[in-house]
Write a protein that binds this ligand. Structure first.
Ligand code: ADP
Ligand code: MG
Length: 485
């Protein structure tokens, strides 16, 4: 059970959350113009006459963006609507030169679907998707260039967004985080959004309300444009507690749009909630309804790669991984591929452990993605092979791995250069054992008089004398024999 209840004076409160995710579509051109979409270009260098809303300019839909939305709908196990309609959503803002945003309202391209979220305790829950629609992004107002003027950058104006709306099915900040992670993972697998929250390609509005368990839904507040998963979770937590305090004090929640201040960790009023009728939605007369050919939709359906959930199930069934480890490995296509390359013909659980603990630990420290890992899958596989065939001991493998991370060299090269090859040669071990026994004559006598526990001490001493390179099994056998006298 991942629902998080907040204790009140007359019993607990349940948190109810629905998320709206704005995902920037991966496409070289905008939704209705041929202007480029690359991130980080100089202001106003990627603006066509359509994006600038020059009189008489007409939008032409970009087929790639439609295909991306359909792919995403299929991946969300959602209904694809063969006819959808683009509407004008009217409002004034300086970064919206047309005075309206082209969006979809009553007839979106994608209808109901589902997302399975994976929770820390290993359980899963299914969250309903209400809809996915295509819409244009707005430009960006810049208020920090000049003290008494605002500037507008229209590079982003007209870029295609998919708005993915969830049902109010989420019950805790943890679930909201798991939902965002899963949606992002799916989008990245199918290449429809890069999921980069820092660059704003994935933005989230969180709708939050509280209620007594079993009661109808309470009044919600919407927290706009939160740009990291951690902040979404913090914002929800703060907001739910704020609402509980108001209700416990006998007050009522005003439905409104709020902002999350990440520095203060609190939400505050931005504006009272607008209603749909405030936007005067109507079908855009410049655009025909979008009609999809069912055969083409099937073709798109057939083009999808294996998605995270089926891949996770396969990793559990075929490789014997725990649901948790499988979930960690499949979160990114690249780490799943890396794992399969290492596990091929090797001990899959060892491969999984080395990747999720040692490799991910190192990549985290270095701030690198797995695509840029200094240790390739082949190199990590080589390290596992050296342990399997006894060339190095398990205890030295971590040192070898650390050197591989640092130098980018393969395992054998590191072992040779550092002379870390495991010593199985009995005479070398014997010499070390005899040296230690001579130096520790008193302890040897104690051992022989029955103090068995000292055995571990001798193992440690000999190992240390041999720089950790002795084959542990050979060392144990020899030592036992020698100590027996
Ligand atoms: P709007 O445009 O008003 O934001 P949408 O239909 O686009 O409306 O989105 C509504 C979002 O709010 C959905 O994600 C939905 O699940 C969520 N939601 C609706 N009612 C509640 C509620 N009482 N508590 C929490 N979330 C809610
Ligand atoms: Mg909304």
């Amino acid at each position: 059970m991942a629902a998080l209840l907040i204790e009140g004076s007359n019993g607990p409160w349940e948190i109810v959350i629905g998320l709206e995710v704005h995902a920037q579509v991966i496409s070289r051109a905008k939704l209705f113009s041929g202007a480029a979409t690359a991130f980080g270009a100089d202001p106003n260098t990627q603006v066509s006459f359509v994006d600038a809303a020059m009189p008489g300019m007409l939008p032409v839909i970009n087929r790639i963006c439609v295909e991306q939305a359909v792919k995403t709908g299929v991946a969300l196990d959602a209904r694809i609507n063969l006819t959808s309609v683009f509407d004008r959503k009217n409002y004034f803002y300086p970064d919206l030169p047309a005075g309206y945003q082209i969006s979809q309202y009553q007839q979106p391209i994608v209808g109901r679907g589902t997302v399975t979220i994976d929770l820390k305790d290993g359980s899963s829950r299914t969250i309903g998707i209400t809809r996915l629609h295509l819409e244009q992004d707005a430009g960006k107002s810049l208020h920090d260039i000049a003290p008494h003027a605002s500037h507008v950058d229209l590079n982003r104006a007209g870029v295609a967004l998919m708005e993915i709306v969830s049902e109010p099915d989420l019950r805790s900040p943890e679930e909201a985080g798991a939902y965002l992670k899963k949606v992002r993972s799916i989008l990245r697998y199918i290449g429809t959004c890069d999921g980069n929250m820092e660059e704003g390609s994935l933005r989230c509005d969180a709708n939050v309300s509280v209620r007594r368990p079993g009661d109808p839904l309470g009044t919600r507040c919407e927290i706009k444009n939160v740009n990291s998963i951690r902040f979404v979770q913090k914002a929800i937590e703060y907001e739910a507690n704020r609402q509980v305090d108001i209700l416990e004090g006998g007050g009522a929640i005003a439905q409104e749009t709020r902002l999350f201040d990440s520095a203060k960790g609190e939400t505050r009023t931005m504006r009272s909630k607008e209603e749909a009728h405030d936007y005067r939605y109507f079908p855009d007369p410049d655009l025909l309804p979008l009609v999809l050919d069912p055969a083409w939709v099937d073709q798109v359906r057939g083009s999808l790669p294996e998605l995270p959930d089926p891949k996770k199930a396969r990793f559990i069934a075929d490789y014997g991984l725990s649901p948790y480890d499988a979930g960690v490995l499949v979160a990114e296509q690249a780490s799943a591929d890396y794992f399969e390359a290492v596990a091929k013909g090797r001990d899959a659980k060892a491969a999984s452990n080395w990747i999720t603990v040692e490799l991910f630990g190192a990549l985290n420290r270095l701030g690198l993605d797995i695509d840029r890992s200094p240790v390739s899958a082949a190199a990590l596989g080589g390290l596992l092979d050296l342990m399997t065939d006894g060339t190095i001991s398990g205890r030295l493998a971590k040192d070898v791995f650390a050197a591989m991370v640092e130098s980018g060299k393969d395992a054998m090269t590191v072992v040779e250069e550092k002379g870390l090859r495991q010593v199985t040669d009995a005479s070398a071990i014997e010499t070390a054992v005899e040296t230690i026994m001579a130096a520790e004559a008193a302890k040897v006598a104690e051992y022989r008089s029955g103090k068995d526990k000292l055995f571990g001490y001798f193992v440690g001493q000999v190992m240390r004398a041999m720089g950790g390179k002795a084959n542990p099994q050979a060392l144990n056998e020899l030592l036992k024999r020698k100590l027996a006298g």
